[in-house]
Design a protein around this ligand. Sequence first.
Ligand SMILES: [Zn+2]
Length: 282
Amino acid sequence: MPSHNLAYIKIDEMEIIGYSVAAEETVVAMPQLDVCFDIGKAPNQVISINNILLTHGHMDHAAGIAYYLSHRNFCGQSPGTILAPENLLGPMREIIDAWSRLDGNKIPANLVGVKAGDEYQIKPNLFTRVFPTKHSKGSVGYSVIEKRKKIKPEYATLTAPQIVELKKQNVEIDYPLEIPIVTYLGDTQYVDFSQLDYIAASKILIAECTFYIDEHADRALAGRHMHIGEFAQLVRKLNNQHIIVTHTTQRTPMSQIRRILKDEIPADIYDRIILLMDKRRK
Ligand SMILES: [Zn+2]
Protein backbone atom coordinates (compact mmCIF):
# COMPACT_ATOMS: atom_id res chain seq x y z
CA MET A 1 0.00 0.00 0.00
CA PRO A 2 1.60 3.31 -0.99
CA SER A 3 2.11 5.55 2.01
CA HIS A 4 1.49 9.27 1.88
CA ASN A 5 3.66 11.70 3.77
CA LEU A 6 3.09 11.47 7.48
CA ALA A 7 3.53 14.43 9.80
CA TYR A 8 6.60 14.22 12.02
CA ILE A 9 6.97 15.85 15.42
CA LYS A 10 9.81 15.51 17.90
CA ILE A 11 9.25 16.47 21.55
CA ASP A 12 12.47 16.17 23.53
CA GLU A 13 13.62 12.77 22.28
CA MET A 14 10.10 11.45 21.65
CA GLU A 15 9.02 11.07 18.04
CA ILE A 16 5.41 11.28 16.95
CA ILE A 17 4.48 10.38 13.40
CA GLY A 18 1.01 10.39 12.02
CA TYR A 19 -1.76 11.61 9.81
CA SER A 20 -5.12 12.82 11.00
CA VAL A 21 -7.80 14.48 8.90
CA ALA A 22 -11.46 14.11 9.89
CA ALA A 23 -13.36 11.50 7.86
CA GLU A 24 -10.23 10.65 5.85
CA GLU A 25 -7.66 8.89 8.05
CA THR A 26 -6.31 8.97 11.59
CA VAL A 27 -3.16 7.17 12.72
CA VAL A 28 -0.66 8.45 15.32
CA ALA A 29 2.44 6.41 16.16
CA MET A 30 5.05 6.81 18.88
CA PRO A 31 7.82 4.40 17.87
CA GLN A 32 9.89 4.74 21.07
CA LEU A 33 6.90 3.63 23.13
CA ASP A 34 6.13 0.92 20.56
CA VAL A 35 2.52 2.08 20.32
CA CYS A 36 0.34 3.32 17.50
CA PHE A 37 -2.95 5.01 18.35
CA ASP A 38 -5.52 3.95 15.78
CA ILE A 39 -4.28 2.45 12.52
CA GLY A 40 -5.85 4.57 9.78
CA LYS A 41 -5.16 2.86 6.46
CA ALA A 42 -2.02 1.19 7.90
CA PRO A 43 0.73 3.36 6.35
CA ASN A 44 4.03 1.50 5.92
CA GLN A 45 5.76 3.54 8.63
CA VAL A 46 3.62 1.99 11.40
CA ILE A 47 3.67 -1.67 10.35
CA SER A 48 6.67 -2.55 12.55
CA ILE A 49 5.07 -1.12 15.71
CA ASN A 50 3.96 -3.96 17.98
CA ASN A 51 1.00 -2.43 19.84
CA ILE A 52 -2.00 -0.93 18.06
CA LEU A 53 -4.36 0.90 20.41
CA LEU A 54 -7.68 1.22 18.63
CA THR A 55 -10.15 3.75 20.04
CA HIS A 56 -13.25 2.88 18.01
CA GLY A 57 -14.33 1.13 14.85
CA HIS A 58 -14.93 3.99 12.41
CA MET A 59 -13.41 3.27 8.99
CA ASP A 60 -11.05 6.28 9.00
CA HIS A 61 -9.44 5.00 12.24
CA ALA A 62 -9.61 1.22 11.77
CA ALA A 63 -9.58 0.37 8.04
CA GLY A 64 -5.98 -0.86 8.08
CA ILE A 65 -6.22 -3.65 10.68
CA ALA A 66 -6.26 -6.58 8.23
CA TYR A 67 -3.48 -5.06 6.11
CA TYR A 68 -1.34 -4.42 9.21
CA LEU A 69 -1.68 -8.06 10.30
CA SER A 70 -1.28 -9.52 6.83
CA HIS A 71 1.79 -7.44 6.00
CA ARG A 72 3.50 -8.34 9.29
CA ASN A 73 2.81 -12.01 8.56
CA PHE A 74 4.22 -11.61 5.04
CA CYS A 75 7.41 -10.04 6.48
CA GLY A 76 7.80 -12.82 9.07
CA GLN A 77 6.92 -10.59 12.01
CA SER A 78 4.74 -11.63 14.94
CA PRO A 79 1.10 -10.49 14.71
CA GLY A 80 1.73 -7.85 17.36
CA THR A 81 -1.18 -6.91 19.61
CA ILE A 82 -4.28 -4.95 18.73
CA LEU A 83 -6.13 -3.51 21.70
CA ALA A 84 -9.70 -2.54 20.89
CA PRO A 85 -13.00 -1.92 22.69
CA GLU A 86 -14.31 -5.39 23.54
CA ASN A 87 -17.59 -4.88 21.62
CA LEU A 88 -15.54 -4.61 18.38
CA LEU A 89 -13.74 -7.95 18.70
CA GLY A 90 -16.49 -10.00 17.00
CA PRO A 91 -16.70 -7.88 13.82
CA MET A 92 -12.91 -7.50 13.75
CA ARG A 93 -12.50 -11.30 13.78
CA GLU A 94 -15.09 -11.59 11.00
CA ILE A 95 -13.26 -9.07 8.82
CA ILE A 96 -9.88 -10.74 9.41
CA ASP A 97 -11.43 -14.15 8.59
CA ALA A 98 -13.00 -12.73 5.43
CA TRP A 99 -9.65 -11.27 4.33
CA SER A 100 -7.96 -14.60 5.12
CA ARG A 101 -10.41 -16.30 2.72
CA LEU A 102 -9.98 -13.60 0.06
CA ASP A 103 -6.20 -13.71 0.37
CA GLY A 104 -5.97 -17.49 0.56
CA ASN A 105 -3.71 -17.29 3.61
CA LYS A 106 -4.71 -17.41 7.26
CA ILE A 107 -3.94 -14.04 8.85
CA PRO A 108 -2.72 -14.51 12.43
CA ALA A 109 -4.10 -11.97 14.90
CA ASN A 110 -3.75 -11.21 18.58
CA LEU A 111 -6.78 -9.14 19.55
CA VAL A 112 -7.27 -7.95 23.12
CA GLY A 113 -10.64 -6.54 24.15
CA VAL A 114 -10.48 -3.60 26.53
CA LYS A 115 -12.91 -1.48 28.51
CA ALA A 116 -12.58 1.66 30.59
CA GLY A 117 -10.37 1.14 33.64
CA ASP A 118 -8.31 -1.70 32.14
CA GLU A 119 -4.52 -1.65 32.10
CA TYR A 120 -2.30 -3.47 29.66
CA GLN A 121 1.47 -3.92 29.89
CA ILE A 122 3.44 -2.75 26.85
CA LYS A 123 7.01 -3.06 28.17
CA PRO A 124 8.38 -3.99 31.63
CA ASN A 125 7.79 -0.49 33.06
CA LEU A 126 5.28 0.80 30.54
CA PHE A 127 1.51 0.39 30.69
CA THR A 128 -1.50 1.72 28.87
CA ARG A 129 -4.59 2.68 30.85
CA VAL A 130 -7.96 2.73 29.14
CA PHE A 131 -10.57 5.41 29.80
CA PRO A 132 -14.04 6.06 28.36
CA THR A 133 -14.74 8.64 25.66
CA LYS A 134 -18.06 9.87 24.25
CA HIS A 135 -18.09 9.08 20.56
CA SER A 136 -19.45 5.67 19.57
CA LYS A 137 -20.57 2.59 21.51
CA GLY A 138 -17.67 1.37 23.66
CA SER A 139 -15.25 4.05 22.41
CA VAL A 140 -12.15 4.55 24.57
CA GLY A 141 -8.96 6.59 24.84
CA TYR A 142 -5.54 5.49 26.07
CA SER A 143 -2.87 6.92 28.37
CA VAL A 144 0.65 5.48 28.30
CA ILE A 145 2.16 5.51 31.77
CA GLU A 146 5.63 4.66 32.98
CA LYS A 147 5.68 3.00 36.38
CA ARG A 148 8.78 3.30 38.54
CA LYS A 149 9.67 2.58 42.12
CA LYS A 150 11.04 5.52 44.05
CA ILE A 151 12.82 5.36 47.36
CA LYS A 152 10.86 6.90 50.25
CA PRO A 153 12.38 10.23 51.38
CA GLU A 154 13.14 8.89 54.86
CA TYR A 155 15.46 6.26 53.33
CA ALA A 156 17.05 8.48 50.67
CA THR A 157 20.32 8.97 52.55
CA LEU A 158 20.93 5.31 53.42
CA THR A 159 24.01 3.47 52.20
CA ALA A 160 23.74 0.41 49.97
CA PRO A 161 24.45 -2.08 52.84
CA GLN A 162 21.79 -0.37 55.00
CA ILE A 163 19.27 -0.73 52.15
CA VAL A 164 20.16 -4.41 51.75
CA GLU A 165 19.65 -4.89 55.50
CA LEU A 166 16.21 -3.24 55.42
CA LYS A 167 15.17 -5.32 52.42
CA LYS A 168 16.18 -8.46 54.33
CA GLN A 169 13.81 -7.33 57.07
CA ASN A 170 11.07 -6.92 54.43
CA VAL A 171 10.83 -3.17 55.03
CA GLU A 172 9.11 -1.36 52.15
CA ILE A 173 11.70 1.27 51.31
CA ASP A 174 10.18 2.47 48.07
CA TYR A 175 6.79 3.49 46.72
CA PRO A 176 5.24 3.20 43.26
CA LEU A 177 5.52 6.28 41.07
CA GLU A 178 3.47 6.80 37.90
CA ILE A 179 4.67 9.06 35.12
CA PRO A 180 1.95 9.65 32.50
CA ILE A 181 3.83 10.18 29.23
CA VAL A 182 1.04 10.61 26.73
CA THR A 183 -2.74 10.56 26.51
CA TYR A 184 -4.60 10.00 23.26
CA LEU A 185 -8.27 10.94 23.32
CA GLY A 186 -9.22 9.58 19.91
CA ASP A 187 -12.55 10.89 18.64
CA THR A 188 -14.75 12.29 21.38
CA GLN A 189 -17.18 15.00 22.24
CA TYR A 190 -16.41 17.13 25.27
CA VAL A 191 -15.81 15.22 28.49
CA ASP A 192 -14.24 16.78 31.57
CA PHE A 193 -11.08 14.69 31.30
CA SER A 194 -9.47 16.71 34.12
CA GLN A 195 -11.34 14.35 36.50
CA LEU A 196 -8.71 11.72 35.63
CA ASP A 197 -5.44 12.92 37.14
CA TYR A 198 -3.23 10.83 34.83
CA ILE A 199 -4.80 12.61 31.83
CA ALA A 200 -4.47 16.06 33.38
CA ALA A 201 -0.81 15.36 34.19
CA SER A 202 0.21 13.64 30.95
CA LYS A 203 3.30 15.25 29.50
CA ILE A 204 1.78 15.06 26.02
CA LEU A 205 -1.93 15.27 25.19
CA ILE A 206 -3.08 14.22 21.74
CA ALA A 207 -6.60 15.57 21.36
CA GLU A 208 -9.08 15.97 18.58
CA CYS A 209 -10.53 19.34 17.74
CA THR A 210 -12.53 18.84 14.58
CA PHE A 211 -14.62 21.99 14.09
CA TYR A 212 -13.69 25.68 14.35
CA ILE A 213 -16.40 27.97 13.06
CA ASP A 214 -19.73 28.71 14.77
CA GLU A 215 -21.77 27.26 11.89
CA HIS A 216 -20.11 23.89 12.50
CA ALA A 217 -21.28 23.56 16.12
CA ASP A 218 -24.22 21.36 14.99
CA ARG A 219 -21.90 19.11 13.01
CA ALA A 220 -19.67 18.68 16.08
CA LEU A 221 -22.68 17.68 18.17
CA ALA A 222 -24.10 15.30 15.55
CA GLY A 223 -20.76 13.56 14.93
CA ARG A 224 -19.85 13.57 18.64
CA HIS A 225 -16.69 15.57 18.08
CA MET A 226 -15.16 18.58 19.80
CA HIS A 227 -15.76 22.14 18.68
CA ILE A 228 -13.14 24.81 19.39
CA GLY A 229 -15.19 26.26 22.29
CA GLU A 230 -15.20 22.90 24.07
CA PHE A 231 -11.57 22.20 23.26
CA ALA A 232 -10.57 25.59 24.70
CA GLN A 233 -12.55 24.80 27.85
CA LEU A 234 -10.87 21.39 28.17
CA VAL A 235 -7.24 22.44 27.73
CA ARG A 236 -7.67 25.19 30.35
CA LYS A 237 -8.43 22.47 32.91
CA LEU A 238 -5.42 20.28 32.08
CA ASN A 239 -1.70 20.68 32.78
CA ASN A 240 -0.13 19.06 29.71
CA GLN A 241 3.25 20.38 28.59
CA HIS A 242 2.51 19.66 24.94
CA ILE A 243 -0.87 19.47 23.20
CA ILE A 244 -1.09 17.92 19.75
CA VAL A 245 -4.31 18.68 17.89
CA THR A 246 -5.60 15.98 15.56
CA HIS A 247 -8.66 15.26 13.41
CA THR A 248 -8.85 18.73 11.88
CA THR A 249 -11.49 19.23 9.22
CA GLN A 250 -10.69 20.11 5.65
CA ARG A 251 -13.79 22.33 5.70
CA THR A 252 -11.65 25.02 7.35
CA PRO A 253 -8.25 26.07 5.94
CA MET A 254 -5.28 25.47 8.24
CA SER A 255 -4.40 29.19 8.34
CA GLN A 256 -7.89 29.95 9.66
CA ILE A 257 -7.69 27.10 12.21
CA ARG A 258 -4.40 28.53 13.46
CA ARG A 259 -5.92 32.01 13.79
CA ILE A 260 -9.05 30.78 15.60
CA LEU A 261 -6.98 28.70 18.05
CA LYS A 262 -4.87 31.74 18.80
CA ASP A 263 -7.99 33.85 19.46
CA GLU A 264 -9.79 31.28 21.60
CA ILE A 265 -6.94 29.96 23.73
CA PRO A 266 -4.83 31.86 26.29
CA ALA A 267 -1.33 32.59 24.94
CA ASP A 268 0.51 30.41 27.49
CA ILE A 269 -1.58 27.39 26.44
CA TYR A 270 -1.48 28.24 22.72
CA ASP A 271 2.32 28.14 22.93
CA ARG A 272 2.10 24.49 23.94
CA ILE A 273 -0.13 23.52 21.00
CA ILE A 274 1.03 21.79 17.84
CA LEU A 275 -1.40 21.17 14.99
CA LEU A 276 -0.43 17.73 13.67
CA MET A 277 -1.38 18.49 10.07
CA ASP A 278 -0.06 22.05 9.99
CA LYS A 279 2.96 22.16 7.72
CA ARG A 280 3.80 25.62 9.05
CA ARG A 281 3.26 24.59 12.70
CA LYS A 282 2.95 28.12 14.18
ZN1 LIG B 1 -15.05 8.46 14.67
